[in-house]
Design a protein around this ligand. Structure first.
Ligand SMILES: Nc1ncnc2c1ncn2[C@@H]1O[C@H](COP(=O)(O)OP(=O)(O)OP(=O)(O)O)[C@@H](O)[C@H]1O
Ligand SMILES: [Mg+2]
Length: 231
């Protein structure tokens, strides 16, 4: 269990995330929905330790909110950033080997297939020659190879073409079946289907948590229902 108790995040003197209380379970997919600027990426980075948080974060029994990013990563938390960091110059294969626990090429080939990329991509370099969608999928492959306890996927599905989209959903479901708790930040209605639970974030607050379909309907009718505004 990964638990947030009254978690707030202040950036540039403004409280962006406000008193979030959420419980994430291993082997479950929890979808986070929210309009642009509602604080999803800020929350994701607060959980990972990129930004300091107020409140408490527990991984199992252990309180982790004052630990460094590296310490949290070692404990099994991974964040795939909305804008992935660039590792210019290194080959895709070597990038994935860095993430891989087993260091087996066969596993890397298997995972690259799961995210719908052809094998030769492994021998390309991580530079502008890769498309945006390819980068996102390589990022997902890296997260899968880490076999984390919890994976926060920040819009891993954005910029993915229609055909590959389904495959990304399947790959995330495979992670879940392997026991990873997935926190799935998405703007895509079709991705919500794979969730076990979903929450709406509105102006930094979690305003509703429930069954994915119920949350999707609520969100599409008004992204900020409590305030009754479309922001
Ligand atoms: N240093 C800062 N000072 C003030 N506001 C900031 C600062 N950094 C970020 N923000 C604001 O925080 C809000 C939340 O940003 P965040 O990236 O978490 O949103 P998001 O929900 O991930 O949006 P998107 O769906 O567009 O990715 C935005 O309105 C952003 O402008
Ligand atoms: Mg974001």
């Amino acid at each position: 269990m990964l638990q947030l108790k009254n978690v707030s995040v202040v950036r540039g003197g403004t409280k962006i995330v406000k008193n979030v209380n959420l419980k994430f379970k291993e082997g479950h997919i929890h979808v986070l929905l929210g309009a642009n600027g509602s604080g999803k990426s800020t929350l994701a980075q607060g959980i990972m330790g990129v930004f300091p948080v107020e409140g408490e974060i527990y991984l199992g029994e252990e309180r982790i909110d004052s630990l460094s990013i590296n310490e949290r990563a070692r404990m099994g938390i991974t964040l795939a950033f909305q804008e992935p960091a660039r590792f210019e110059g290194i080959r895709v294969k070597d990038y994935l080997l860095l993430s891989s626990r087993s260091k087996r090429m066969s596993e890397i080939e298997e995972v690259i297939k799961m995210v719908g990329l052809p094998k030769p991509v492994l021998f390309q370099t991580m530079d502008e020659s890769l498309s945006g969608g390819e980068r996102k999928r390589i990022e997902l492959a890296a997260v899968m190879l880490m076999k984390p306890k919890f994976a926060i996927l920040d819009e891993i599905d954005s910029g993915i073409d229609m055909v590959s989209f389904r495959r990304i959903g399947e790959a995330i479901t495979i992670m879940k079946r392997a026991g990873t708790g997935v926190i799935l930040i998405t703007h895509n209605e079709d991705m919500i289907n794979i969730g076990d639970l979903a929450s709406i974030i509105c102006r930094g607050e979690v305003i509703k948590t429930g069954a994915p379909m119920e949350i999707r309907d609520m969100f599409t009718s008004s992204p900020c229902p409590v305030l009754g505004v479309n922001a």
